[in-house]
Design a binder for this molecule. Structure first.
Ligand SMILES: Cc1cc2nc3c(=O)[nH]c(=O)nc-3n(C[C@H](O)[C@H](O)[C@H](O)COP(=O)(O)OP(=O)(O)OC[C@H]3O[C@@H](n4cnc5c(N)ncnc54)[C@H](O)[C@@H]3O)c2cc1C
Length: 267
């Protein structure tokens, strides 16, 4: 058994504006001067633009600028933080779906990935293939709940070592080292993995829109969620709060339980 470090989430991509395109659009609708304020990220700027486009609320009504304003709007809310606060409060969260954040989750188990991929709405996944990647050693993270109990930790190691030896024995039974044909190797590798533990360390890339991340963070850091997904989604919560402080302005952490929750749970 190869003991690996605890699971880790890395933010690897996030939504970026194309300012030339947005500025060209604003010029064409007759409001080239519009610019948000207090936005910390392109993602939040884009969300505000989506909302203002819906209601033509780029500015208070001006008959000279009919495509950038409308007679129903005499005052507009200024400030990206205040604008998004109102989106959250009113539950019109579909505009949050325009902004994405992509994470690579490393040293996570198949327990974690099985749970994460249950989240369908607004999500995309790419996961390490265990049909292609042959297992000669078994990388495993030992959860804190097992480490705290020496007898449990010993049993954990014994079982993983046994399964690791089984991988090696199967490789010998089939003489996989001497097989050149890739599709045969793939078929055998896939068969061997049935005897790999669900706790085996792997990697998954996951992209989600910010509305979906709010939902996942709340569900998966709750005290009812599993130890590993709580840990990783807790890291994702910290990153989202730092990178998108206006979209995550209503998030708070219960320090005792470690759960993250939102003032507006349904947006
Ligand atoms: C503590 C905990 C325990 C769990 N235990 C189990 C278990 O024992 N067995 C089990 O099978 N699963 C279990 N799950 C998984 C759970 O049932 C969900 O499948 C998973 O959390 C995905 O969440 P979601 O359904 O909100 O889907 P998401 O894809 O995250 O969807 C987000 C929201 O979009 C809406 N939505 C998405 N898809 C549809 C749709 N097709 N139709 C209508 N509305 C939709 C819903 O409002 C949904 O809440 C558990 C989850 C948690 C957090």
């Amino acid at each position: 058994m190869r003991q690996i470090d605890s699971p880790q989430a890395y933010l690897v991509a996030k939504t970026m504006l194309v300012p030339e395109g947005l500025n060209a659009y604003l010029k064409d609708i007759g409001n080239p001067d519009w610019g948000t304020d207090h936005s910390v990220s392109d993602a939040e700027n884009l969300i505000e633009a989506a909302g203002r486009m819906c209601y033509r609320s780029w500015q208070p009504y001006d008959p000279a600028r009919p495509e950038a304003s409308n007679p129903n709007v005499t005052n507009v809310r200024r400030g990206n933080d205040r604008y998004i606060a109102n989106v959250l409060k009113s539950g019109h969260g579909s505009v949050l779906e325009h902004a994405n954040a992509t994470f690579i989750c490393r040293n996570v188990s198949r327990v974690f990935t099985h749970e994460l991929v249950r989240h369908r709405a607004g999500m995309a996944y790419s996961q390490e293939s265990l049909r292609y990647v042959r297992l000669d050693d078994l990388p495993v993270w030992i959860p804190d709940s097992a480490c705290e109990n020496p007898a449990a930790e010993k049993k954990f190691r014994e079982v993983v070592d046994f399964l690791e030896n089984s991988q090696k024995e199967l490789a010998e039974i089939f003489g996989i080292a001497d097989i050149d044909d890739f599709s045969s190797k793939k078929m055998l590798t896939s068969m061997f993995r049935r005897l790999a533990p669900i706790g085996i360390g792997t990697t998954i890339m996951v992209t989600g829109n910010l509305r979906a991340w709010r939902h996942i963070i709340a569900m998966r850091t709750s005290v009812h969620a599993e130890e590993e997904i709580r840990l990783v989604c807790g890291q994702i919560a910290e990153i989202c709060k730092r990178e998108f402080p206006n979209v995550f302005q209503d998030i708070y952490k219960d320090e005792e339980s470690g759960a993250w929750a939102f003032e507006y749970s349904k947006v």
